[in-house]
Design a protein around this ligand. Structure first.
Ligand code: AHR
Length: 496
């Protein structure tokens, strides 16, 4: 038995633009993300382009990730960038403190920037505030962005890069309330003021300076940080404040119940509340001349299998994919103030897009969400009214059985709807209607679904979860769609 639901789309009621940067990502020196996932050096059996594995390049190029944050994470506030430049054989070996693994420094700034170019993404570098110095941070920015006649620029040129790399996104520390120095917001704010006093001029006028923000368990960090900057008349030094939110804690990646899944989807509201609170604060802090935006710098599932000894490796199931899709619907909603989000992390760590096993590589179901949702980028979010039953779980909790979001292209001729049927058991019979006078044709309909929420791609069966094209519905004023239980469907409408 399927349940009935309806979505009414209002293409004329355009809201804000959905920033493409909402689909950005994050790669840290952690576990097998950088080493093995990206960098294989001169590995004899893994095809590589100057040390960067070719299959990773191919897989990520397809996603056109708008930005990639690096080198951490907690690693960032213990990283000294000079260790990672120049002849590889001369680079020092260090201990990666937070993730308890050796760091060869083979993958450094120039390798990261080359990787970004190869996959067509913009670099976002997180500076070391916790254990670094202003001088070190300024020199890094100068190395990347300056064209002055300085020794640091000469060093970049000697390393094979005559032209500036023009890195636009600079994070001023990571989790400085925790692994980034255990700071109080007032202390961090003072450091932020000091660092940015020098960074702004070196990074260039278009560069964006990003402050460390809160997480859901730290409600007053953003307020106290912004209050400190306001008092010093320094709010102009912040372009974005960056929050972190991980969900799923304590539960298992593949051993979970349907109720656990519903609870996970319901918990997305925790991220929503955290983002809304930060948005309220930046709205109040900004002026017409200076708008501060919000970034969700790290997000995704964090299952109990992801531990330091496992290199934060976890499996990625249909559950993770649906979780990502529902999060994106939230991010679209908040997109007037939410500028960027970076899921953690790109390869082999937490909610990864790609998993590798030596020379093998597979795409996770979450990779498919990024691919399927591409048409939403830079579209106008439109008004949508959804009618659907609620799902009850843990006796008293309830969430709607559908989650949806729709955008329209800037010329108004293409409309893109994404719908998640959250119900793990029941298919949905969905009727879509439009409140304008145009004749909208369905030109493509794709769906990602499986026999179970626990389905995932393996090296033995890498295509277990892949989107499939669905037959297009009959032409009608209100086309009908059949959505499988626990599925994600994207529908493209076009008009003349
Ligand atoms: O993504 C893993 C870790 O989670 C990051 O290093 C840190 O910023 C966060 O606590």
């Amino acid at each position: 038995m399927s349940f009935k639901a309806g979505i009414s789309l209002s293409p004329r009621e355009k809201r804000h633009t959905v920033s493409r940067y909402l689909y950005s990502h994050f790669a840290e020196h952690l576990g097998r993300c950088i080493y093995e996932g990206i960098w294989v050096g001169d590995h004899p059996r893994i095809e590589n382009d100057g040390g960067i594995r070719c299959d990773t390049i191919e897989a990520l190029k397809k996603l056109e990730l708008p930005a990639l944050r690096w080198p951490g994470g907690c690693f960032a506030d213990n990283y000294h960038w000079m260790d990672g430049i120049g002849p590889r054989e001369k680079r020092p070996r260090r201990h990666n403190l937070w993730w308890n693994q050796p760091e060869s420094n083979e993958f450094g700034t120039d390798e990261f920037l080359r990787f970004c170019r190869l996959i067509g993404t913009e670099p976002y570098i997180c500076l070391n505030v916790g254990s670094g110095t202003v001088e070190e941070a300024c020199a890094w920015v100068e190395y990347c962005n300056s064209s002055q006649n300085t020794s640091t620029v000469a060093l970049r040129k000697a390393n094979g890069h005559p032209e500036p790399h023009k890195v636009m996104f600079w994070g001023v520390g990571n989790e400085n309330w925790g692994c980034g120095g255990n700071m109080r917001p007032e202390y961090y704010a003072d450091l932020y003021r000091r660092y940015t006093a020098y960074l702004r001029g070196i990074a260039g006028p278009e560069a964006k300076l990003i402050a460390c923000g809160s997480h859901p368990g730290l409600p007053d960090w953003d307020e106290r940080f912004l209050a400190n900057l306001r008092d010093g008349n320094m709010l102009h030094s912040v372009d974005y404040i960056a929050l972190h939110s991980y969900l799923g804690w304590g539960k298992s990646d593949v051993n979970f119940s349907d109720e656990d899944f519903l609870n996970l989807i319901a918990s997305i509201d925790i991220t929503g509340q955290c983002l809304r609170r930060a948005i309220g604060l930046v709205q109040a802090a900004g002026t017409p001349e200076k708008k501060i935006g919000v970034i969700l710098d790290e997000w995704g599932t964090w299952w109990k299998e992801a531990t330091v000894p496992s290199g934060l490796y976890q499996q990625n199931t249909l559950q993770d994919a649906l979780f990502a899709a529902v999060n994106f619907h939230l991010f679209h909603e908040l997109g007037e103030w939410l500028f960027m989000t970076n899921m953690a992390q790109t390869i082999n760590v937490l909610q990864a897009l790609i998993l590798t096993r030596g020379p093998e590589l597979l795409l996770t179901p979450t990779w498919h969400v990024y691919e399927m949702y591409k048409p939403h980028r830079e579209g106008f979010l439109i008004k949508l009214a959804q009618t659907s039953p609620n799902l009850r779980f843990f006796e008293t909790k309830e969430i709607p059985a559908l989650s949806s979001s729709a955008t329209v292209s800037s010329d108004g001729r293409r409309m893109f709807l994404s719908v998640v049927n959250i119900d793990p058991k029941q298919p949905c019979s969905l009727a879509v209607s439009f409140d304008d006078l145009h004749e909208w044709r369905v030109t493509r309909c794709r769906s990602l679904s499986g026999g179970s929420l626990k389905d995932h791609n393996t090296f033995e069966s890498p295509g277990t979860l892949e989107p499939k094209d669905l037959p297009l519905p009959e032409k009608a004023a209100s086309p009908q769609f059949q959505l499988s239980p626990a599925s994600m469907t994207t529908i493209l409408f076009e008009r003349d």
